[in-house]
Design a protein around this ligand. Sequence first.
Ligand code: HEC
Ligand code: HEC
Ligand code: HEC
Ligand code: HEC
Length: 411
Amino acid sequence: MKILAACMLAVGAAIAAYSPGADAQPARIKPGAGDELRAVYATPVEVAEGGGIAEASCARCHGANGVSTTKGVPHLAAQRAAYLDLQLRAYRQSARVQGAMSGIVRYLSDDALVKVAAYYASLDPPRAAAAPAKTAPSRPDPVQAGKAAAAACGACHGELGISKTPGMPSLVGLDPKYFIAAVNAYKSGQRKHDMMKSLVGALNDESLGNMALYYALQKPARAQTPAPGDQAAGKAAAASCAACHGNQGASGNPATPSVAGQDAEYLLAALRAYKDGTRKDDSMKGPAAALDERAMKDIAAFYAAQPPQPLNVRRPLTTAEWTERCDRCHGPNGNSTDPLMPRLSAQRADWLEQVLRTYRTGVRKSTAMAAMTALMSETDAQDVAAHYARQTARAVTYVVVPPPGKKKGGK
Ligand code: HEC
Ligand code: HEC
Ligand code: HEC
Ligand code: HEC
């Protein structure tokens, strides 16, 4: 066991050495912050008492020496003391309610929580997970995979999704959500088109998602097809469409397709299909019913001439780009230098993955982590979890000096 009780100088140095990135908002430790850092200053006697509590109440799940051998149960060894204490209190106050913990800490005093937290922090860290025996094939870049999968679609929809054939819709500029919904509607037969049904029937969700992303990230451009009709008249007739499709046909709503720059003949056919009921959609039924053939043609010409807008869709981050962000708060390679910030290095991969999911779904509450995980896919979470499980963990270092200004007989 290591020597206990740190001093404010040690904490201060750790914080000075730690420079978060511009968008990082780590917990600020104020010198003399009091209660929340108590576990950091535990005495050797308190740590020994914490060891007794751990053996009696915690080891059966968290393993001997805080190294868990159970799926879904985190390692506690060498975790940051103040963080452990904070979490134990959160379980006791039912601010955190998952798993088996609330019942276990309910009857432990503040002192007991501080001691057991200090004990676990003082242990040697768990060993990092071994790197995979042979380097796993790196995951294909989703945008490249989407491009490959979309090769066959270009014959009709145009290279880069920009249509050159009258009657064929451009796919560039479509929001991924709409794109995926449209293809699934062909698959299920909800949107009737036998040819599209057979063309997309065999696509799985992953390649569909990749293709949607690929098209969404292409530079938008107008379809290279004729657009006969009276644009000025079309503009006037389209006034009522703007509420959903945007003023110039660039929709801000993923469920409503953008029509700016779309092939005019396709737009006309779509409006006819909504009007005669062959394409069914509650939002479009009314607007289309009100249009005559002339107005449809003019609206199609107007929208086809509008410049399509780039979508608010970003290329997914690589694992290295993700972990670079995580390290800003969780320390270099997940070795936190902030006593209130959890260490991620050498933690169980299954636990990290599970926690990232609970933050994303809001089951576990943390503003910082909800923001970090909002755009994280399951695959991203798996890769990031595997990365941290493989990092070497550093022990918590203690300096034997009592914190300055701590009064005798204080709590
Ligand atoms: C019956 C099994 C069990 C026992 C006994 C148990 N734990 Fe846990 N512990 C868990 C599980 C499962 C989790 C994960 C819960 C979750 O998802 O929040 C957990 C989570 C934790 C966490 C959160 C860690 C983190 O990184 O967020 C801490 C701290 C903790 N336990 C400490 C203790 C201490 C201290 C004791 C003894 C007083 C103890 N546990 C006893 C099963 C147990
Ligand atoms: C043989 C020509 C052809 C090929 C190849 C083709 N499509 Fe289509 N696609 C069409 C036609 C025609 C339509 C319009 C159907 C309709 O009226 O509903 C269409 C419509 C679509 C739409 C709906 C567009 C919108 O604005 O609602 C999507 C999405 C789509 N195709 C995706 C694909 C994908 C993905 C592939 C490749 C796997 C593909 N298509 C291959 C001809 C083709
Ligand atoms: C209440 C919202 C709403 C209004 C108003 C509206 N639309 Fe739509 N529009 C939608 C939605 C939602 C869809 C997608 C429906 C589907 O999946 O078939 C759509 C689809 C379309 C399509 C097919 C695009 C494609 O890529 O396949 C065209 C064309 C269109 N609308 C034109 C119009 C015109 C013209 C008007 C005005 C006369 C109009 N819309 C008014 C919501 C609206
Ligand atoms: C802005 C600072 C910040 C960033 C950036 C950040 N985190 Fe966190 N993280 C926190 C805070 C604060 C907590 C403690 C929240 C709590 O009390 O539940 C936390 C908790 C966690 C936990 C829980 C640890 C455990 O054992 O229960 C995991 C896992 C985690 N973060 C992973 C990540 C990953 C992976 C990233 C990068 C994708 C990341 N974090 C980025 C601040 C951050």
